[in-house]
Design a protein around this ligand. Structure first.
Ligand SMILES: NC(=O)c1ccc[n+]([C@@H]2O[C@H](COP(=O)([O-])OP(=O)(O)OC[C@H]3O[C@@H](n4cnc5c(N)ncnc54)[C@H](O)[C@@H]3O)[C@@H](O)[C@H]2O)c1
Length: 498
């Protein structure tokens, strides 16, 4: 059934692009249409093609008398006016604000805003008499989001959107509906700045439109005409005061391809649960860190541990208030938000990969091991995992504490196999602490982060790993070469600060 049977419409800018498409569709759907445009030749040819249901009227929409004449022609010819489609438009003046001549600003606003205003002004008295009518004003996605069109054009289109809304408030009681129709990137001479140029060039430019929105095809004038048909028809009798965007999703947000990898790959819901920390590798260091956690770090308790030697691990837990379950490496990352790696080098990657794939906070005790697996950083970027790299004097328990509390304010340093760089550390020398030939883990320092930083200078291995020549007085805080998904407890503020 014809959607617009018995209805009369005026379409400004009806000789080309969106207006032309709407004129064809409206006539096909039973309407009588006045094609109003400044382009006489195109308009007359189109009216002739559409037959008795179409008339052409030349108009310059900036001129009030000419706009009134168009409305009058519709009423004189067919006795009424059901739809006023204020659609004529152009790109207007281009360039940065300081370069825009005032008279070109005026002209742009005149065509795009005054033209719409005049169309409404002269349609409304007819529609009020009828107590019915649909006014459609062509806005643009440039009028609802910034940066999608020239600045004055965009400003004018925003005005068109708002003009539609405020007049919808006024005219609703007369059963006159007013809506703004906001196209996205539509293949017309205007959008491609190809007015008057060759069809081949138009074709070439329009081809690029397909990739500019989530629906990967070129937006066509008929896509907009279909929405205009809906707004002109009685199907939309409860729709007014709206800015209806038809853009294949262009203005909706960031294209899928441009979004961060972390949003696009599945990883389980992460609820930050500071209660849950686990230890991968329950040797001497692991057991010492575990006992520290068992004794209590505010906000964090041990929930699981993994070890090759399960019986040995359980034996090392003797005396702990709440011994955690001993689980497999694969299970470990599923049980805790914070995974502390205390494992032998051979299984470092297993502990790390499971934690990072699960998007956990991963604390490797071995900085060097992390550097030997550079892919982990990239995976952390993709999964949202965070790597906290304990360096220098701050290892193990301190990193856990940092993760738990957000700020490092005290340091326990526990070591079993001290790196070479620890030899001669000022704190060890001053306190006569011997770390040669350790058989078990030893607490070698307890104090403030500042004192730890003074008492233990990072060793040569550490510097080599981080690609820096060494700590200098002017660099009191370490800077690693890790990227944004690795954080280093730098003795000051911790990245997990809440
Ligand atoms: N094509 C797009 O991507 C796009 C996007 C958003 C909004 N729009 C809007 O859609 C409407 C139609 O544009 P189109 O893309 O079909 O372009 P188009 O160039 O194909 O058609 C515009 C028509 O308006 C007429 N016109 C321009 N200024 C006039 C004036 N002062 N008086 C009378 N007629 C005049 C032109 O002669 C032309 O026939 C415009 O308001 C435009 O701003 C287009």
């Amino acid at each position: 059934m014809a959607e617009l049977a018995g209805k009369v419409a005026v379409i400004t800018g009806g000789a080309s692009g969106i207006g032309e498409s709407a004129a064809r569709l409206f006539v096909a759907e039973g309407a009588k249409v006045v094609i109003a445009d400044m382009q006489r030749q195109r308009g007359e040819a189109l009216a002739a093609e559409l037959g008795a249901d179409a008339l052409f009227c030349q108009v310059e929409v900036r001129q009030e008398a000419e706009v009134k004449a168009v409305v009058d022609l519709a009423v004189e010819s067919w006795g009424r006016l059901d739809c006023m489609f204020n659609n004529a438009g152009f790109g207007g003046v281009l360039g940065p604000i300081e370069d825009v001549p005032a008279d070109e600003f005026d002209m742009t606003m005149d065509v795009l805003v005054r033209g719409v205003f005049l169309g409404m002004k002269h349609a409304v008295p007819i529609m009020k008499k009828q107590q019915s009518g649909s006014i459609i004003n062509t806005g643009s996605i440039a009028g609802v989001t910034a940066g999608r069109g020239p600045i004055i054009y965009s400003t004018a289109k925003a005005a068109v959107v708002h003009l539609s809304k405020v007049t919808a408030m006024e005219l609703g009681e007369h059963s006159i509906r007013v809506n703004a129709l906001c196209p996205g990137y539509i293949a017309t001479p205007l959008s491609a700045n190809t007015v008057g140029r060759s069809d081949q060039l138009i074709e070439k430019v329009h081809h690029t439109y397909a990739v500019r929105q989530p629906i990967p095809r070129t937006g066509m004038p008929d896509d907009i005409a279909q929405m205009a048909l809906f707004l002109a028809s009685d199907r939309s009798s409860f729709v007014t005061g709206q800015a209806l965007v038809v853009d294949g999703g262009a203005a909706t947000g960031v294209m899928w391809a441009d979004q961060k990898d972390v949003y696009k790959s599945y990883h389980p819901i992460k609820v930050y649960n500071p209660d849950a920390g686990s230890i991968g590798g329950f040797g001497a260091i692991g057991a010492t860190v575990a006992r520290g956690l068992d004794a209590g770090i505010p906000g964090l308790k041990l929930t699981a541990a993994s070890a090759r030697d399960h019986d040995g691990a359980r034996a090392r837990m003797a005396g702990m208030a709440t011994p955690p379950p001993v689980v497999s490496l694969a299970e470990l990352a599923g049980m805790a938000e914070v995974v502390v790696e205390c494992a032998p080098a051979a299984v470092f990657a297993e502990v790390a990969e499971a934690a990072i794939e699960a998007g956990r906070i991963f604390i490797p005790l071995s900085c060097g091991a992390l550097l030997r697996h550079p892919h982990l950083e990239g995976r952390a970027a993709a999964t949202g995992a965070r790597i906290i790299v304990p360096t220098g004097a701050l290892v193990g328990l301190d990193a856990v504490r940092a993760a738990a509390e957000g700020v490092i304010h005290s340091v326990h340093m526990v070591t079993r196999k001290p790196p070479n760089g620890l030899a001669g550390a000022p704190h060890l020398v001053a306190n006569n602490i011997n770390v040669e030939n350790l058989k078990t883990a030893k607490l070698v320092f307890q104090g403030t982060a500042r004192a730890a930083a003074r008492g233990f200078r990072p060793g040569p291995n550490h510097h080599r790993n981080l690609g820096r020549p060494g700590r200098q007085p002017q660099h009191p805080h370490h800077q690693g070469r890790f990227g944004c998904h690795s954080f280093r407890n730098d003795h000051r503020r911790h990245p997990l600060s809440r």
